[in-house]
Design a protein around this ligand. Structure first.
Ligand SMILES: NC(=O)C1=CN([C@@H]2O[C@H](COP(=O)(O)OP(=O)(O)OC[C@H]3O[C@@H](n4cnc5c(N)ncnc54)[C@H](O)[C@@H]3O)[C@@H](O)[C@H]2O)C=CC1
Ligand SMILES: O=C(O)C(=O)Cc1ccc(O)cc1
Length: 305
């Protein structure tokens, strides 16, 4: 699906009458900021988090019309509810809010995995509520409501994974909301999403956690040198390895099959490189590094096109 050309809504006739965002960290608070900046998207913006401190901070930042600590009250009368908690909390949150979702409303999310989300949330979605899972391919290593910003989704992909048979109008309407936040929309099935994200996002994060963990386990003197002299390669890994531990624990536990398959393939390729280094097979190293450089260049070219 390409970005729709129609104007998403106006303050008089907004795209959704009431949008409720549950989980007010980096992603939830960025979405709130987008909704508050464009009053054609939501007539009323309701924010909900289980943490009193987070609710208080969101009220202070004034990035919602109303802040609710109780999710059952927060979702009442909303025609769009977006789950923005770590995915490990989805089953509990869905069980809690399911009976309170308005008929005809849409339930969505921003979770980094999609098959487990369908597994955990679908059983709690009442008949007549449209369930349209989503994933913005946009983020940082920071967490919490202060980390969010309204430009986060600009120029980034937003993947929707509606289960077969989902109402097309509900999918289109949600796509228009994200397009208005600056995202480019793609629709795919949940299992394909999880395969693609396992190699493009989940494995890179696992490698970063591993490298930084390995450096941390080095003896004290070497460790302090690593920190002191860390060049850009290692520094990039430390940025990614600073990502939220709860969120990433939940991602790996909930995309187990695809991640394990990618680890297997990666391990085999790493072993091949290990052999090439051991036996001085410079051609093999050169050939691989030449191919990977071409991939990097094609990504940059595609971005500039
Ligand atoms: N951080 C990133 O770069 C990206 C994250 N995502 C997805 O977005 C979701 C949220 O991630 P972040 O915003 O980074 O997390 P975050 O850690 O910044 O915020 C999560 C918020 O959820 C709240 N929360 C946790 N359990 C809750 C519950 N049971 N009920 C109500 N609130 C609850 C926490 O109090 C916290 O305020 C995750 O599912 C993640 O996979 C998607 C794209 C990028
Ligand atoms: O900070 C980075 O480099 C990221 O990769 C952010 C990110 C984290 C999780 C996602 O599901 C999508 C994007």
């Amino acid at each position: 699906m390409s970005a729709p050309e129609t104007i998403p809504g106006t303050p008089d006739t907004p795209l959704y009458d009431r949008v409720c965002v549950i989980g007010l960290g980096l992603i939830g608070s960025s979405l709130l900021r987008c909704l508050m900046a464009d009053r054609g998207l939501a007539g009323e913006v309701v924010a909900c988090d289980r943490s009193d401190a987070v609710c208080a901070r969101v009220a202070e930042l004034a990035i919602a019309d109303r802040v609710e600590n109780d999710a059952t009250l927060a979702v009442a009368g909303a025609d769009l509810v977006v789950l923005c908690t770590p995915v490990g909390a989805y089953a509990d949150v869905a069980a809690l809010i399911g009976p309170h979702l308005a008929p005809g409303s849409t339930l969505s999310d921003v979770g980094s995995v999609k098959q487990a989300v369908v597994r955990d949330v679908s059983p709690h979605v009442p008949d007549g509520v449209h369930f349209v899972p989503g994933h913005p391919l946009a983020g940082t290593e920071h967490s919490g409501p202060d980390a969010g910003f309204k430009e986060l989704f600009r120029g980034r992909w937003l993947i929707l994974t509606p289960p077969p048979g989902t109402d097309a109008a509900a999918v289109d309407r949600l796509g228009r909301l994200w397009a208005a936040c600056g995202s480019q929309i793609e629709v795919m099935d949940a299992s394909h999403h999880d395969q693609v994200l396992a190699i493009t996002s989940h494995l890179p994060h696992l490698i970063a956690y591993t490298i930084v963990g390995t450096a941390t386990d080095l003896e004290e003197t070497t460790k302090s040198e690593v920190i002191r002299f860390s060049a850009s390669g290692f520094r990039d890994f430390t940025r990614i390895a600073a990502s939220d531990p709860v969120m990433w624990r939940d991602i790996f536990l909930n995309n187990r099959e695809a991640v394990l398959e990618m680890i297997q393939r990666f391990t085999e390729d790493l072993t091949a490189l290990q052999r090439a280094i051991r036996w001085g097979e410079g051609d093999k190293l050169f050939d691989l590094f030449t191919r990977t450089r071409a991939i990097r260049r094609s990504i940059i070219d595609a971005k500039q096109a």
